[in-house]
Design a protein around this ligand. Structure first.
Ligand SMILES: Nc1ncnc2c1ncn2[C@@H]1O[C@H](COP(=O)(O)OP(=O)(O)OP(=O)(O)O)[C@@H](O)[C@H]1O
Ligand SMILES: [Mg+2]
Length: 432
């Protein structure tokens, strides 16, 4: 039973029925006390009236007291002088006054009066009193019993009317196009439904934001891809037209470099898209930053050599942080790649791992031109490239770094190295 309407209806009717049953029982109890007092008085008065009655007149008149009264009169020696209903005769009561008696499986209330040489005994079946008390209780309850179906109807239609805004909102959402993410109107809604609508609107707003970001990203990506692809097409054309082996070799080399740039851009785009697709890190496991740095330095050593750069790992202790090893490797590769790319030949690039009380720090330091302070905020934006750079790149590296750092609750700090020019980028990971 998963309908608010049904639940309310059944709950309310069950509750009301319980209350009615309890109050019916209370009325019945009250009525019994009152009928007992009344009928006892009646028994007593009848006995008193009969104490001096002429027996003959009694027998002649057969004055039947209301039909359910049984009158018996004895003399002192227990000889029965009179009985009003011979077929229901009761035994002689030895005690004067009121008594309860069970005779032939029937309960009686009786009153015996010793008056001179007579004993007058008036009795009445108890069932008469019970029936009357029940009648009184039922009479009192009857109007309320009629109320039950009325209440049921009121609840049924009242709740139906109260829920109508909910159906309206559902229909409104159902009719929407998939990209219609504007908020559901929240005016004039019942207070119980408003929080749901607010939560829904929050979600819609976040969805709209995500959708916007993705649209922007796809548009930017398409735009960024156009440039290297145009270059590649031109280089291919030049290679086709080149005369002589030397010229052809040169244009083919350019073509290769252009293709490399395009595929690097595609790789960066894919990395970014992958991060966007999974809002939180995949697996979290202990990752030793020193081992990670050693592997990255070893892998990029050849590139550093080719560019005449001194790439090295600073001595340090292993430090483990919780994270996704593949994402952390992407982060470090981007930092080292930047340092190698922007540092002029003959320079140095050092990767270091250290720890403080609460943090593990992974830092890459180079002796290149550094990043001017006014650009430091913007270099983390997608597709942003330094104003002065001439080396090709897609402008996604640091955006990827920032995104991965955020997912690991790490912060990225840019600074100038203490000794000499260049750039130091440090990623501070919380230690668990
Ligand atoms: N080590 C560095 N030294 C000097 N400038 C840097 C360094 N690292 C990054 N920058 C500057 O920050 C900008 C953004 O870097 P980012 O890594 O995001 O993009 P990119 O290197 O241009 O392209 P990508 O890394 O996607 O191929 C760079 O264009 C450059 O101007
Ligand atoms: Mg880069």
């Amino acid at each position: 039973m998963n309908s608010i309407r049904q639940r309310l209806l059944i709950g309310l009717l069950a509750g009301l029925s319980l209350v009615l049953a309890a109050s019916g029982y209370a009325t019945y109890r009250q009525a019994r006390t009152e009928t007992n007092a009344l009928f006892d008085y009646h028994l007593q008065q009848t006995a008193l009236a009969l104490r001096n009655q002429n027996l003959l007149a009694l027998a002649m008149g057969a004055e039947d007291e209301g039909g359910d009264l049984l009158v018996q009169i004895w003399d002192r020696s227990r000889g029965l002088l009179y009985v009003s209903q011979p077929q229901r005769e009761l035994p002689f009561a030895t005690q004067a006054g009121f008594a309860d008696l069970i005779w032939r499986e029937k309960s009686w209330r009786l009153f015996a009066l010793h008056a001179g040489d007579r004993i007058v005994q008036v009795a009445q079946p108890l069932s008469v009193r019970l029936r009357m008390s029940a009648d009184i209780a039922l009479h009192n309850l009857a109007p309320f019993l009629l109320l039950l179906p009325g209440m049921g109807l009121v609840v049924w239609f009242g709740v139906g009317a109260g829920l109508r805004p909910l159906y309206r909102i559902a229909a409104d959402i159902e009719r929407r196009r998939p990209d219609a993410l504007e908020p559901v109107p929240a005016e004039r809604l019942p207070a119980e439904i408003t929080p749901l609508v607010h939560a829904l609107n929050d979600l819609l707003a976040r969805l709209a934001q995500v959708l916007d970001n993705q649209r922007q990203f796809v548009a930017d990506a398409a735009h960024e891809l156009r440039t290297p692809l145009t270059a590649v097409r031109l280089q291919a054309e030049l290679a086709r037209q080149a005369t002589g082996p030397d010229a052809r070799a040169e244009t083919l080399r350019d073509l290769g470099a252009g293709l490399e740039r395009a595929s690097h851009l595609v790789e960066q785009l894919l990395a970014m898209a992958r991060l966007d697709a999974n809002p939180s890190t995949g697996r979290i496991e202990p990752v030793d930053l020193l081992a990670l740095a050693r592997a990255a330095v070893a892998e990029q050593a050849a590139i550093a050599d080719a560019r005449n750069l001194d790439l090295g790992l600073l001595p340090g202790e292993p430090v483990a942080v919780g994270g996704d090893p593949i994402e952390l490797r992407t982060l470090l590769d981007n930092l080292v790649d930047n340092a190698l790319r922007y540092t002029p030949g003959g320079g140095r690039v050092d990767v270091g791992v250290s720890r403080t009380e609460a943090e593990a720090v992974l830092a890459v330091r180079d002796t290149g031109p550094g990043i001017p302070p006014i650009e430091r905020e913007r270099v983390f934006d997608r597709f942003y490239r330094g104003a002065a750079v001439t080396t090709p790149g897609s402008g996604l590296g640091l955006a990827i770094v920032k995104r991965i750092a955020d997912r690991h609750r790490a912060r990225v700090c840019l600074s100038e190295p203490e000794n000499g020019p260049g750039l130091r980028i440090a990623v501070h990971f919380p230690l668990v």
